[in-house]
Design a protein around this ligand. Structure first.
Ligand code: ZN
Length: 76
């Protein structure tokens, strides 16, 4: 096994360890990390389609999703 395998995140990473939590809005575990544009990542709930903040890395998007609280969503 190459020494670098599993240690370095690269741009070609397509399979990530799922570390984001359930949807804070509907409680669904069906959430997906998506690269919506080049270098723009977000987590989306596949049930209610809520989305987390768009970040420049998959890890940052997951962390932001995990820290999101439902009552921080703007009204209207
Ligand atoms: Zn949801």
């Amino acid at each position: 096994m190459p020494a670098s395998q599993g240690l370095v995140a690269t741009a070609e990473t397509t399979t990530l360890t799922s570390s984001h939590v359930v949807c804070p809005f509907c409680g669904s575990a069906r959430t997906a990390l998506q690269e919506i544009d080049l270098g723009s990542w977000m987590v989306e709930c596949l049930d209610c389609h809520s989305t987390g903040p768009v970040k420049t890395s998959a890890v940052a998007a997951e962390q932001s999703w995990n820290c999101r609280l439902p009552y921080l969503r703007p009204l209207g």
